[in-house]
Design a protein around this ligand. Structure first.
Ligand code: NAD
Ligand code: TYD
Length: 340
């Protein structure tokens, strides 16, 4: 492994992964291949923009010719695919782009990896493919996928195609399934940066339903470390869950966040729930622990550290919470916050 194409590398987790890899492996070359949708942001990569081992290519993973040209031009041996539409609420409003990118786009990347005989194709997946997990249970990698939102279904479809390329064509693949990542550079539509930036401006925090849903809030760098490990030590054809081993209720997450910022709990507003809202995700992480990885942050530490980052980096998120964001916010929350 020497020349890695990181698709979706200008987004939240992808950019954190690029920064992590360039620091950890100075001998690797990284090409970020990204369409720069509303969620892609080159500000995330400013710290490495002058590094000779980093290149940026603007492109869509659904565009076969540009994907193949980029692989040839930079002598790519490994693809790590982060590119996806990623917000459940947007997938409920309009699933089209989710299907295009995760289903067709993943197929295009797999075909290119097969044709150009890459050393490795790694797919970034999610705990959401397992669907709602009842209390007392946790998902292991062999469990069947039961996605319940268009987002989760698009990700599960991609995983199935990755596995099919391994079984049918012998493509050397690996998959990691992460939990709810938080940390620097997350677009503020996702709950932790949305609530943090709202709280900084003393705006209400729209908690869906009773707020007792459970998520594993994971510090993004822990996830990046796990992906790096799987790239180097993971067994070909295998899936690895990457969670925290500890879940947290949304309301607890909100309390940690407000306390960290010194803001009043009076900002909490319970609003109409998300349709089909998965109540709980829970990952068994025995398999990746056995590979030598462990989480470095608890969910509470991750939430507090993330809130501090947004408090200290208004330059980043004030640019992102722009007119387009306001239009989305009004559509998603306008009626809900009026109690309708
Ligand atoms: P993000 O929305 O912040 O970034 C997605 C990136 O993909 C953006 O830079 C966007 O421009 C790019 N992109 C979208 N469509 C593209 C296309 N057709 N061609 C090329 N680039 C395209 O997402 P994220 O939160 O960083 O998630 C990255 C990956 O990790 C996704 O596959 C997601 O499903 C997965 N994941 C996310 C989480 C989480 O908590 N955020 C958890 C587990 C897994
Ligand atoms: P989100 O960050 O959208 O991630 P996901 O749905 O992929 O887990 O949401 C995390 C949790 O927070 C989820 O239980 C839904 C809840 N949530 C709210 O209560 N209010 C909000 O405004 C948002 C965006 C999410």
């Amino acid at each position: 492994m020497k020349n890695i194409m990181v698709t979706g590398g200008a987004g939240f987790i992808g950019s954190n992964f690029v920064l992590y890899m360039l620091d950890k492996h100075p001998d690797y070359n990284i090409v970020v291949y990204d369409k720069l949708t509303y969620a892609g942001n080159l500000d995330n990569l400013l710290a490495v923009s002058d590094e000779p081992s980093y290149r940026f290519v603007k492109g869509d993973i659904c565009d076969r010719l540009t994907v193949e040209e980029t692989i040839k031009k930079y002598d790519i041996d490994t693809i790590v695919n982060f590119a996806a539409e990623t917000h459940v609420d947007r997938s409920i409003m309009n699933p089209d782009a989710f299907i295009q990118t995760s289903v067709y786009g993943t197929y295009v990347l797999l075909e290119a990896a097969r044709k150009l005989r890459l050393e490795r194709y790694h797919q970034i997946s999610t705990d959401e493919v397992y669907g709602h997990i009842p209390a007392g249970q946790s998902s292991v990698e062999g469990d069947k996928v039961e996605p319940r939102s268009p987002y989760a279904a698009s990700k599960a479809s991609a995983d199935l195609m990755v596995n099919a390329y391994h079984i049918t064509y012998g493509l050397p693949v690996t998959i990691t399934r992460g939990s709810n990542n938080i940390g620097p550079f997350q677009y503020p539509e996702k709950v932790v940066p949305l609530f943090t930036t709202n709280a900084i401006d003393s705006k209400p925090l729209p908690v869906y339903g009773d707020g007792r849903q459970m998520r594993e809030y994971q510090y993004v760098v822990d996830h990046c470390e796990a992906i790096d490990l799987v790239l180097h030590k993971g067994a070909i054809g295998e899936i690895y869950n990457v969670g925290t081993g500890e879940e947290m209720e949304n309301l607890t997450m909100v309390e940690v966040l407000l306390d960290t910022l010194g803001k009043s709990r009076g900002l909490i507003r319970h609003v109409a729930d998300r349709p089909g809202h998965d109540r709980r995700y829970s990952l068994n992480i025995g398999k990746i622990r056995a590979l030598g990885w462990q989480p470095r942050h608890t969910p509470a530490e991750a939430v507090a550290k993330t809130a501090v980052w947004y408090r200290d980096n208004e330059w980043w998120w004030r640019k992102v919470r722009n007119r387009d964001f306001d239009a989305y916010y009004e559509k998603q929350y306008g009626e809900r916050l009026k109690g309708k």
